[in-house]
Write a protein that binds this ligand. Structure first.
Ligand SMILES: *Cc1c(COP(=O)(O)O)cnc(C)c1O
Length: 398
């Protein structure tokens, strides 16, 4: 259920998608484990077919199309992002692939940013190309200059801001305006910001995607994706997700909705800790630069400040050149920043990154090793001490 628009954001996060009157007064919507829905009559069955054919997708007909639990999560995130309706998928990559394939056919052209989430680049190079879609990677700093890259067959412009691994900020409204004027669909990966810090649809984007695996669920224990659509894009995305088999599991959907309830508390804490750790790193002699748009001296700070209302806990750093042995000595024995993919959970994480291998439009000129850090909900003093011991090991391994 939608909460009144007059409610402030934190009130909405607590109450949206919740309907106790429908569930015997129980606060949370139940987990429906369902493949089969029983039809009362032939007329009822035909009614659901008409519902689907009309693109309404209001009625429940089969587990793959979702359950009331799925709808509760979709409604909640839709409301936070100011969308029309959303589609929950099995994982974030599923939401991206469903959204891209909903609007691209053989002979079409896709403009997609360089330095994007790696597996999406693989999907473009290995799968979209196989189906005859032409893909161009563009410089994420292009802004309104994207107009010069548009071709007569360009159907989709894909954005992610800040970029994966390298955290450049994009001028989202400028790119969305160019696309809108030409009838090109825009799809944005908004996972970094979570629905709290940026709402792409309010800046002219058509579809906003989250790996709900990350901050929305918040506990590193499930895989789920969501595509929040405007009125023009909902039906194609819903049909493609459902028709390609991208559906989320009932327990994961329930847990994502549970995680969402505390998002308003978690994100500001992630930002605060990330800012503290990032500033500390900036002062270290081993560090060449830190990549976190919430820092005032970050090249993307002005755009971040203009468009975003906060930052999450994920950021990057480039060290001054050192040996592979020194770099490994630092990372291998960190106690709190454990090494692992994903992020957005309550715990801190680190991974070495190799940005040069994931870009072609904008060269990577740094020579030192790069890192991606996720500031979790631990005490920042402990996190800093962990990194400090890491730098001591790096020095000792020289
Ligand atoms: C993790 C991630 C995804 C993919 O989500 P999965 O649920 O892991 O499939 C997409 N975009 C970004 C920015 C991510 O970090």
């Amino acid at each position: 259920m939608k909460t009144p628009d007059s409610f402030k954001r934190d009130t909405q996060i607590v109450h949206m998608g919740s309907d106790p009157d429908a569930y015997n007064g129980i606060v949370n919507p139940p987990v429906y484990h369902a493949s089969t829905f029983i039809f009362k009559s032939v007329e009822h069955l035909l009614e659901t077919r008409r519902d689907r054919a009309s693109g309404a997708f209001e009625q429940f007909t089969y587990g793959r199309e979702g359950t009331p639990t799925t709808r509760a999560l979709e409604d909640a995130v839709t409301q936070l992002e100011g969308g029309f309706r959303a589609v929950v998928t099995s994982c974030g990559l599923g939401a991206i692939c469903a959204s891209l394939t909903a609007f691209l056919s053989a002979g079409d052209h896709l403009l997609i940013l360089d330095s994007l989430y790696g597996p999406v680049r693989q999907f473009c190079d290995e799968f979209l190309s196989k189906f005859g879609v032409q893909v161009t990677y563009y410089d994420p700093l292009v802004g309104a200059g994207i107009a010069e890259l548009v071709q007569p067959n360009t159907k989709v412009i894909y954005l992610e801001s800040p970029c994966s691994l390298t955290f450049e900020m994009m001028d989202v409204p400028a790119i969305a305006a160019v696309a809108r004027a030409r009838g090109i669909v825009t799809i944005m990966d908004n996972t970094w910001a979570s629905p709290l810090c940026f709402q792409p649809l309010k800046h002219g984007v058509d579809i906003s995607i989250h790996a709900a695996t990350k901050y929305i669920s918040g506990h590193s224990d499930l895989m789920l994706g969501i595509a929040v659509c405007n009125e023009e894009t909902f039906i194609p995305v819903k049909k493609t997700a459902s028709g390609s088999g991208y559906c989320g599991g009932p327990d994961d959907v329930y847990m994502a909705l549970r995680g969402l309830r505390t998002l308003g508390l978690r994100i500001p804490r992630h930002q605060e800790t990330a800012t503290t750790v990032a500033r500390w790193l900036q002062g270290r002699p081993e560090v060449a630069r830190v990549m976190y748009p919430a820092l005032p001296d970050d090249p993307g700070h002005a755009l971040w400040k203009r468009d975003f209302t906060g930052a999450s806990g994920l950021f990057g750093a480039v060290l001054k050149p050192c040996s592979e042995k020194q770099f490994a000595a630092m990372l291998d024995h960190l106690e709190l920043f454990r090494m692992g993919y994903s992020w957005g959970g309550y715990e801190s994480l680190v991974v070495p990154t190799y940005p040069a291998t994931l870009r072609s439009a904008r060269p990577w000129t740094d020579t030192g090793p790069a890192l991606r850090l996720h500031a979790g909900l631990e005490d920042p003093d402990d996190l800093i001490r962990d990194l400090e011991r890491g730098f001591a090991r790096l020095a000792a391994a020289a």
